[in-house]
Design a protein around this ligand. Structure first.
Ligand SMILES: Nc1ncnc2c1ncn2[C@@H]1O[C@H](COP(=O)(O)OP(=O)(O)OP(=O)(O)O)[C@@H](O)[C@H]1O
Ligand SMILES: [Mg+2]
Length: 281
C-alpha cells in the first residue's frame, strides 16, 4: 500500500503567451520530506512554486495536496491547508517591527492568543527574538531574510517552500540557515530552490533539476551534482551568458558550483531560457 503523498503535481503546465514556463511537470513530495530544486535562470522554478501556492492559476494539469486538488482554490485557502512560501522577492513590511511582521503572518491562520504564541515561538526558533522590536526596514538583509522565515513558519505549515533563501546571506547566516532547515525538517516538509550548490550539498538528500520548464532529472544529491547532463545545462548557460556575468552577479544571486578539480568553484549565473538545444542524454 502506498501512502498519499503530501504534494503531487500531474502534468502541471503554465504558459505566458508563447513562453512555456512550466511544462508538464509531474512532481511528488512525501510528508516531512526535504527536496531541493535547482536549475538555471528562467528554468521555471519560481513559476512552479507560484502554481503550488495559488499565486498563479496553472494553464493545465493538477496540484494535489494530500490527494485533494487545490489548483483552483486560491492563495488563502491553500495557506490554510498548510502551505507556506518564502518568495524570491522579499515580502516583508518595512515600516513594521519584526514582531508585527511575524504576527501579521500568524494571525492569518490562527485567532488572537494562538497567533501571539506562534509569533513568539517562530521568532525564537529562527533566532530573532532579540530584534523583535526593531523596524524591519532598518535591519540588515540577512536579518530581514530571517524575519521572512519566521513569517513563513509562524502559521505552522506542513509544507514550506523556500525560493532562494540563502541569496545575499553572509557565510555565518548561511550556516544558521542550514541548521534551521534541518530543524524545521523534523516536523515539516520543505522544498528549497537555491542556486548555491555548496548550500544544496549541505542540506539536500534528493534533488530535482528543472530545465526549460520541465523536470530534467531527479535523484540523490551526490549523483545529481556530478551528473554530466546537469553540468551541461549550467555550464552551457554559463558559456552562453559569459559576457553578461558581471552584470548578472551584481543584480542577482549566485550560482556556486561545488568544489571539483575539473570545475573550480566560481560564481556564475547563466541568463535566458530560450537558449534551447542543450546536449541530450
Ligand atoms: N508573469 C510572467 N509573465 C511572463 N513571463 C513570465 C512571467 N513569470 C515568469 N515568466 C517567464 O517564465 C520563465 C520561467 O521563469 P521563472 O521565474 O519561473 O524561472 P526561475 O527558474 O525561477 O529563474 P531564476 O533562477 O532566475 O529565479 C522565464 O522565461 C520567465 O521570463
Ligand atoms: Mg526564480
Amino acid at each position: 500500500m502506498t501512502a498519499t503523498a503530501l504534494l503531487e503535481t500531474k502534468g502541471l503546465t503554465m504558459r505566458f503567451g508563447g513562453v512555456v514556463a512550466v511544462d508538464h511537470v509531474d512532481f511528488t513530495l512525501q510528508e516531512v520530506e526535504l527536496r531541493c530544486v535547482i536549475g538555471p535562470n528562467g528554468a521555471g522554478k519560481s513559476t512552479f512554486f507560484k502554481c503550488l501556492t495559488g499565486q498563479l492559476r496553472p494553464t493545465a494539469g493538477e496540484v494535489l495536496f494530500r490527494g485533494a486538488p487545490v489548483g483552483r482554490i486560491g492563495t488563502h485557502a491553500i495557506a490554510r491547508l498548510g502551505v507556506g512560501i518564502k518568495t524570491q522577492v522579499p515580502n516583508v513590511f518595512d515600516g513594521l517591527t519584526a514582531r508585527d511582521n511575524v504576527w501579521t503572518a500568524a494571525t492569518k491562520v490562527a485567532p488572537g492568543r494562538i497567533a501571539e504564541r506562534r509569533t513568539d515561538e517562530a521568532m525564537e526558533r529562527v533566532g530573532i527574538a532579540g530584534i523583535a522590536d526593531r523596524i524591519v526596514g532598518q535591519l540588515a538583509h540577512g536579518q530581514r531574510q530571517l524575519v521572512e522565515l519566521a513569517m513563513v513558519i509562524a502559521p505552522e505549515p506542513d509544507l514550506i517552500l523556500l525560493d532562494e533563501p540563502a541569496a545575499g546571506m553572509t557565510d555565518e547566516e548561511v550556516d544558521r540557515l542550514v541548521d534551521l532547515i534541518a530543524e524545521l525538517n523534523q516536523r515539516h516538509a520543505l522544498v528549497v530552490v537555491e542556486h548555491d550548490m555548496q548550500f544544496i550539498r549541505r542540506i539536500a538528500k534528493t534533488v530535482t533539476v528543472f530545465h526549460q520548464g520541465a523536470v530534467l532529472i531527479e535523484g540523490n544529491v551526490a549523483d545529481i551534482l556530478t551528473n554530466d547532463q546537469v553540468r551541461d545545462v549550467y555550464l552551457g548557460k554559463q558559456a552562453a551568458g559569459r559576457t553578461d556575468l558581471t552584470h548578472a552577479r551584481s543584480s542577482q544571486s549566485r550560482l556556486r558550483l561545488p568544489e571539483d578539480p575539473d570545475h573550480p568553484r566560481g560564481q556564475f549565473r547563466g541568463r535566458g531560457r530560450r537558449v534551447r538545444g542543450h546536449p541530450g542524454p
